[in-house]
Design a protein around this ligand. Structure first.
Ligand SMILES: [Cu+2]
Length: 433
């Protein structure tokens, strides 16, 4: 035991994980049951906004993967405190009963990473869904490839459960198994590329409204691509072995999953802030300052970090003074630190804007982004049941932006969007492709 009391700390950590997992499972079940059972009339699964699709599939991933970590935590508690030996790969050697203590960390790692990989999609998928919504609304164009977006979310969810071994290429796992995990991991590039392509084609020739929510959505696509490309390197066992446990890995996952997820979160906050706080809007200019400083600094931190990693600097070391060969990289690391500090300061701008706008933000119109989704048909003042009177019925998907008749007229004259609760007009063809 490293420190007095650290053993008890481990046990407490495991117990807290078990409690945390039980509560997230219940939360996930709630999302799944709500989406399946409580959609309003007309809201078929093919008319569901992509944000809700993403939340739905995220909840399914949680229900599939979290129980495995729950069992890992429970088995480990039993091994540590109750004398069992679940993590011993051998109980007898040559007829001798082995001492029950200790165990194979690789067995635990398998259970840990069976959750651990899907978990990155639990973090990222909601951000991808939010981006679809914010991007389509602010490009004033239907999302490109709605069904392909849904299919790729489902494909990512399925593949996420059969790739966990790519975290274990040098753990002592059988190298043949590594090649199998390389294959399944590289398959994820396909649905990811479909999504990135669809975001870009949604922007193509759009009437782009570059508000802070939109900028963060575009930022997400940027970091999703730049961070995702290095995933192809790390997902391949022969390449991963060279950079394993270096800063290259840190740069990869912070871009593709950390920064992307944060951008999606920010896009969602700027977009739905007026919905949360009775129509009050966040300050746009402070939003621009927040976005540009964050975007420049995020690349300022993580772009050079790839090279530091390729030079061999290991992660998880609090100092490298014992390795003089890394001395020449000190300047790069100082540069990354400066960028990180500026990025952190930019988040204070966001926090200020958020809190100030709750109380003093300008009140905007009921539907400030001219969006099609139902939440913008509710009154700005919150009320029980959300709508006065009947809950609206849905007649179309959420992406009828700039939709015209054959003669080039907008469906609703003078308005480039058609909310989901507006019935199909005569001679109007329903879109959801
Ligand atoms: Cu992974």
């Amino acid at each position: 035991m490293a420190q007095p009391g650290s053993g008890a700390g481990m046990t407490l950590w495991l117990v807290s994980m078990a409690i945390f997992i039980a509560s997230s499972l219940l939360g996930s079940l709630n999302y799944i049951v709500t989406v399946i059972n409580l959609r309003t009339k007309g809201m078929s699964m093919t008319r569901l906004p992509l944000t809700i699709w993403a939340f739905f599939v995220t909840a399914i991933i949680g229900v599939i993967s979290f129980p495995v970590l729950l069992s890992a935590a429970l088995l480990l508690i039993m091994d540590r405190s109750f004398g069992t030996s679940f993590f011993l790969s051998d109980i007898f050697i040559q007829g001798e009963v082995l001492h029950y203590q200790g165990g194979s960390p690789v067995l635990y790692e398998h259970l840990f990473w069976f959750l651990g990989h899907p978990e990155v999609y639990i973090v990222l998928l909601p951000a991808l869904g939010i981006t679809s919504e914010v991007m389509s609304t602010n490009a004033r164009k239907p999302i490109f490839g709605y069904r392909a977006m849904v299919a790729s979310i489902l494909a990512i969810a399925f593949l996420s459960t059969i790739v966990w071994g790519h975290h274990m290429f040098i753990s002592g796992m059988n190298p043949f198994l590594g090649s199998v995990f390389t294959f399944t991991t590289l398959l994820i590039a396909i649905p990811s590329a479909v999504k990135a392509f669809n975001y870009i084609t949604t922007l193509w020739k759009g009437n782009l409204q570059l508000n802070p929510g939109m900028l963060f959505s575009i930022g997400l696509v940027s970091t999703f691509i730049t961070g995702g490309l290095t995933g192809i390197i790390l997902g391949d066992s022969t390449l991963d072995i060279n950079v394993h446990d270096t800063y290259f890995v840190v740069a990869h996952f912070h871009l593709v999953m950390g920064i992307s997820a944060l951008y999606g979160l920010f896009a969602g906050v700027y977009h739905w802030f007026p919905k949360m706080f009775q129509g009050r809007m966040m300050n746009k200019n402070l939003g621009y300052v927040h976005f540009w400083i964050t975007a420049i600094c995020a690349y300022g931190v993580f772009f050079p970090m790839h090279f530091v990693g390729m030079a061999g600097v290991p992660r998880r070391y609090y100092q490298n003074t014992a390795f003089p060969m890394f001395d020449e990289l000190t300047n790069v690391q100082i540069l990354m630190t400066v960028f990180a500090l500026i990025a952190a300061a930019a988040q204070l701008v966001f926090v200020y804007n958020f809190i100030y706008s709750i109380f003093y933000g300008k009140r905007g119109p009921q539907n400030p982004w001219k969006s099609n989704t139902l939440e913008w048909t509710t009154p700005q003042e919150h009320m029980h049941g959300n709508w006065p009177g009947k809950i609206p019925e849905v007649h179309r998907w959420a992406y009828d932006y700039s939709k015209t008749y054959e003669n080039g007229e907008y469906i609703i004259p003078g308005q480039d969007f058609v909310p989901q609760n507006i019935p199909l007009q005569e001679n109007e063809e329903e879109l959801n492709h």
